[in-house]
Design a protein around this ligand. Structure first.
Ligand SMILES: Cc1cc2ncn([C@H]3O[C@H](COP(=O)(O)O)[C@@H](O)[C@H]3O)c2cc1C
Ligand SMILES: O=C(O)c1cccnc1
Length: 351
């Protein structure tokens, strides 16, 4: 698709602010480099936010929920109804991300992109209903190109709303039973790797169940591979509505100039799509955690990403990103509030 919005140039981070922040780090009362990667985080954020005092105070978390047709192949340990039921749980405040968002004082935006098992209107849930879930990609493309474009746009619109509320940081999250199969299929296509090297348990497929999941994804890739000539085509054929929305959000974040913190496995698959669709996205993404899913490391390697924490989490819902936020906040507060050698009358090393 020539001339689509996702191909428009990403913004360039502010090199002047970045250089200023780097200079300030040399003046703070600590041996240079002693705060490790926290120093780099503050310097990078200063460049992205275009301000000498970077901040992560207003946090926007958008959770994209959607069903996956591939779930009918028995590739998840949980039934498809759980997608909608968990969306209701998010809305009622009982899910992991509900707790973490409250803890952070973050805005939690819930978006229903398309369910098979409708849950009816829920307070606080934006219902877009792009399709009744994706089609089963073992038999046909998961999405039409129009559906995929709608989902990409849903992600962009979430980013635009976060900017209206003057958010400092955008976080996307996923909910969709079966989406580890989609993420694995995407990773195999984008990284040109065999399924058995990247496939993982997801919600808990082990032994024969995992073998079955592997065979289903292999068969699906055999069907689609001959038609895949672009990352967008891969996303359309084996992705999910929520994965496309996440990719759209990362691209829009880079175009509109807001830093995004990437969650785990599913979000990293979306981030790799986003980068392949628009390479200017790369500087705008921070990577929060390393998921216990084996495929995640392969994706992180391809993204040249070193996540902030590795807690063996494998939930999704933006939960890994949420737990990493305090690290970004610490980096900012240290950068902004520590005394300089001059202010504290501490001698600078002469050696
Ligand atoms: C109760 C529950 C809450 C979740 N929250 C996120 N996921 C995560 O697990 C699902 C992907 O795993 P699979 O591909 O094996 O279905 C996604 O919905 C993802 O968001 C959950 C899964 C369950 C069961
Ligand atoms: O790491 C993730 O994002 C993940 C892992 C398993 C299931 N859902 C999400």
């Amino acid at each position: 698709m020539k001339g689509a919005w996702w191909q428009a140039a990403a913004r360039t981070p502010d090199g002047g602010r970045r250089a200023q922040a780097l200079a300030r780090q040399t003046q703070l009362t600590k041996p240079l480099g002693a705060l490790g990667r926290l120093e780099q985080l503050a310097v990078t954020l200063a460049g992205l936010q275009g301000r000498s005092q970077p901040a992560v105070e207003r946090i926007w978390i958008a959770i994209f929920a959607a069903d996956h047709g591939i779930a009918e192949e028995g590739i998840s340990a949980y039934p498809q109804e759980v997608t909608g039921q968990m969306l209701a749980n998010f809305a009622q405040g009982g899910a992991a991300i509900s707790v973490l968002a409250r803890h952070l004082g973050a805005e939690l935006e819930l978006l229903e992109l398309g369910l098979v098992h409708e849950v009816g209107p829920l307070p606080g849930v934006r219902q877009l209903k792009i399709a009744a879930g994706t089609a089963n990609f073992l038999r046909q493309p998961a999405m039409t190109s129009v559906q995929c474009a709608h989902a990409l746009l849903a992600g962009r619109e979430a980013v635009l709303r976060s900017l209206e509320k003057r958010a400092d940081l955008f976080i996307g999250g996923d909910m969709g039973i079966g989406n580890t199969s989609s993420a694995c299929a995407l990773a195999c296509l984008l990284l040109d790797q065999p399924v058995n090297r990247l496939v993982g348990a997801g919600t808990g497929m082990k032994g024969g169940g995992l073998q079955h999941k592997t065979r289903v994804i292999e068969a699906a890739l055999k069907l689609h591979r001959p038609y895949i000539d672009s990352p967008l085509e891969a996303l359309t054929r084996v992705g999910g509505l929520e994965i496309a929305a996440l990719a759209g959000a990362y691209i829009a974040a880079a175009q509109e100039g807001i830093a995004a913190l990437v969650d785990g496995y599913i979000c990293s698959a979306a981030a790799l799509c986003a980068l392949r669709m628009n390479p200017g996205v790369a500087p705008w993404l921070f990577y929060s955690h390393r998921s216990a899913e084996p495929c995640h490391q392969a994706l992180l390697d391809a993204l040249d990403a070193e996540p902030l924490v590795a807690l063996e989490m494998r939930l999704g819902e933006a939960s890994g990103a949420a737990v990493a936020v305090p690290l970004l906040q610490s980096a900012c507060r240290l950068h902004n509030e520590m005394a300089t050698f001059q202010e504290a009358a501490v001698s600078v090393s002469l050696r």
